[in-house]
Design a binder for this molecule. Sequence first.
Ligand SMILES: [Zn+2]
Ligand SMILES: [Zn+2]
Length: 332
Amino acid sequence: MALSKGVDDISVPIGQWSEKLYDVYSSRMEKRQPEEFWMNVLAHLSGIGEAIRKTHYDDLIYHASHALSWMICYVGKCNSNDDQFFHITNNLTELVGLKYPTECGHCEKRPCLCDAIGMDEVSDKAAKYGNLYNKWTWHIKDNDFTINKWMEVFKDIYGGRIHLQTMDSLGFHLLEEGGEEARAIRQLVRFRDEIELGNGIEEGFLSRLDNIDSLVTEYKQASKNIIKKEIDYPGGKKKEVVDVTVNTSDQIKYRIALCKMDLVIELADTFSWFCAVVLKLNMILNNHNFYKGIKSNYDLERRLKKEYSFKNKDGNLKCSFCKKSDCKCCYI
Ligand SMILES: [Zn+2]
Ligand SMILES: [Zn+2]
């Protein structure tokens, strides 16, 4: 059923989506760990991958809307839980905005002017995050963009590159980034399961990692002081990696700080490539008269509203499956 024009025109800040989805799934969310939320994101990203392979745009936008809702709930879980390894006070917009403060997180330009080969070789990330953080405080902090606002931002930064790349290539990159967030999560899970608080890792330290402001400072310290080791790399090259055989409490703290920053940055990268895929879908549809009458079906926020029965800005959402405002689905 088509949504009325008024409802379609309301663009909801991502923070509000988070609150509304939490209301539907709160009983489910409380029992889940953050990593379980990300597994659901990955399940839908793989659905996007399959939809790209089959050129099945209905499936693509379906999985995109559910991947996004799980991404929003994942951050909501990290915001609300008391697991200090994963706890973070910033919303999705603020986390994405650290890497993308309305410009490219690599060349710091809008539109992006990156030299892709040189970009992969940049090693001083601490200095880069320091610069990005200064921009973040001006453009992002305490802000809560809507989904469409982020789409516009990424279109301005990467529109030219998205135009040149194929959907397959964008989809590959999206899956790469989703896996990198899973890797960051895996590392934090290991710390959570094996590090005893009070054993040199005090709660005060972990609480300094739970917000962008002090995380950037701790990350800077950690990247300066972490002990690294040179290892052989294919092609006779050497590569410096963190020496994971050192287990003093200071070094473990530095590793945790680096991993927490990875969690933020890889989430931002996943979100940016996710937006790139949705933008590419819309570019493809714009080029085909055939889709003209049904193009609005592929608008991500509209689709999200449809999936979760969004009726008005202040109303409740309903579960996409059981259609209840307090989800009654079993074993989801
Ligand atoms: Zn760039
Ligand atoms: Zn349900």
